[in-house]
Ligand binder design. Structure first.
Ligand code: ADP
Length: 201
């Protein structure tokens, strides 16, 4: 949808991003964690946020179930709704990033076109694409939310990896192999990847 003729954005008159980043003493970045349900996105996002907070960074997590129970509660899991889900989340992440906030997102984002959509909305310079990797079998064994057991009995329509495809990435900034790493190691790997992009000194 295009900006309508009666809509007049006022971005040029607002306080700029640089002023906000200077105030916070950091640079905004969207850390886009994606992967199957149960791969470890939320666990890693929560642990990284705590570590960054302890180091003095200002952060915000956008998490799948939280967003789907609020902002996106009218959306389901059809291809069209998954696209709209990611479009809205990326627009929200962009607002946070441009306010200087280190923004961690935790969404399955199963298709490459969805990852490209998010990168396009947020902008490549502010986007860090992180594939949180674990096989369907491992995720099913972990099953932190009981979804895999439910899906096996047909209780979760369009379940990703079963009825709905998950496309492996061709180009991620970082792949975190959570089957081979502890949570601490996974967080350490991600921290090393992002720290130079968010600190100013
Ligand atoms: P998601 O947010 O991707 O749906 P969760 O973070 O809710 O997944 O669940 C991941 C599960 O896998 C948790 O129970 C977590 O303790 C476990 N786990 C095991 N190893 C790792 C790892 N290296 N990184 C993240 N989670 C891990």
């Amino acid at each position: 949808m295009n900006v309508g003729e009666n809509i007049h954005p006022v971005f040029d008159r607002m306080l700029g991003r640089e002023a906000k980043e200077a105030r916070l003493g950091q640079r905004g970045l969207a850390i886009w964690l994606y992967g199957l349900s149960g791969s470890g996105k939320s666990t890693i996002a929560i642990a990284l946020e705590r570590r960054l907070a302890a180091e003095g960074f200002f952060t915000q997590i956008l998490d799948g179930d939280n967003i789907r129970s609020g902002l996106n509660r009218n959306l389901g899991f059809s291809d069209e709704d998954r696209t709209e889900n990611i479009r809205r989340i990326a627009e929200v992440a962009k607002l946070f990033v441009r306010a200087g906030v280190v923004t961690l997102t935790s969404f399955i984002t199963p298709r490459r076109d969805l990852r490209d959509l998010a990168r396009g909305i947020i902008g490549p310079a502010d986007f860090c694409e992180v594939y949180v990797s674990a096989s369907f079998a491992t995720c099913a064994q972990r099953d932190p939310k009981g979804l895999y057991a439910k899906a096996a009995g047909g209780g979760v329509p369009q379940f990703t990896g079963q009825d709905s495809a998950f496309e492996e990435p061709e180009s991620a900034d970082l792949v975190i192999p959570t089957e081979r790493l502890s949570v601490d190691e996974a967080v350490g790997l991600l921290h090393r990847q992002v720290i130079d992009r968010i600190r100013t000194v």
